[in-house]
Design a protein. Structure first.
Length: 286
């Protein structure tokens, strides 16, 4: 019956694992819903902000604002990589790191000096492991990122871009499309390049002036871009972890079914053997 006891131990171990993965799946589902709400709340503001800047933008104004400066060549670029502090989310972090590595390789091949900034323990651990210099890192941003934290991440980069120390700034993160689709995404946030306005532009009454408004809107636009990346990245992580834990729970259920069938067969075989021995012993006594 040693095999039966061994199977019982394995069944108990898999049951305990399934309880953990199911609990983590439920927690990730709850956090993902809250993260989705933050993503939904951030997108309309970003859309309106983009439209306003697109309407106000002109080549004459672009010459007066450092954040609109379009360098002829990019010699030094900042790359901000957003990963998570925790794992157990399938290929979520590895996909972002792969996207960042591709961007860094492309910029390096173009003779661009890359300055790396990393958010999250997973990304920081990887780049330290491969010996890549990291200019700055943050591991204290929780699953509820704020606009202030986005400002802390990008304000220094804006100042360095305005002074000419950087020619471009990129953000690498996950783009949240659905719980099952969180592809890595690279966005160039500096210099600010407003997209072309689709449809007729609005006629604004500007007070005190377009210059004064853009002075406030441009930094807000850049901070909002980073904030959106943070909330979408978090929503993507929770979605990826939910999917990973659901798959783990389903796999544990399948393994349990196999182990239980194997245990029942072993027990039935043991009972059959015992009956055969009893019948054989009784026949020998006759």
């Amino acid at each position: 019956m040693a095999k039966g006891r061994e199977l019982k131990g394995r069944i108990k171990s898999v049951e305990n694992t399934r309880k953990i993965t199911r609990t983590m799946e439920m927690v990730a589902t709850s956090k993902m819903k809250r993260a989705q709400e933050r993503v939904a709340a951030a997108r309309p503001f970003a859309t309106v902000l983009t439209e306003v800047i697109s309407d106000l933008y002109s080549s004459e104004l672009a010459e007066r604002f450092p954040l609109l400066r379009q360098p002829a060549t990019i010699r030094r670029a900042g790359v901000l990589v957003l990963t998570s502090n925790r794992g157990l989310a399938g290929g979520f972090n590895s996909n972002i790191i792969k996207e960042a590595r591709g961007l860094i390789a492309r910029l390096t091949s173009e003779s661009v000096d890359v300055e790396l900034h990393v958010v999250g323990r997973k990304g920081l651990g990887y780049f330290r492991y491969v010996g890549r210099d990291v200019a700055s890192s943050r591991t204290d941003i929780t699953d509820r990122p704020t606009v202030n934290q986005a400002g802390e991440l990008v304000d220094g980069l804006m100042d360095r871009f305005s002074s000419g120390a950087l020619d471009a700034v990129y953000v690498v993160s996950a783009r949240f499309r659905s719980a099952l689709s969180t592809p890595p995404h690279t966005e160039k946030i500096l210099p600010v390049t407003p997209p072309e306005r689709k449809g007729p532009s609005r006629d604004y009454l500007l007070f005190p002036s377009a210059e004064a408004i853009l002075t406030e809107l441009l930094p807000a636009y850049v901070r909002n871009s980073v904030y959106r990346a943070l909330v979408e990245n978090e929503a993507g992580f929770q979605g990826a972890q939910r999917t990973a834990m659901k798959n783990a729970t389903d796999n544990a259920t399948e393994i349990l079914n196999v182990l239980r069938r194997t245990f029942n067969r072993a027990r039935q075989a043991n009972i059959t053997q015992e009956i055969s021995e009893i019948v054989g012993g009784a026949a020998a006594l006759e």
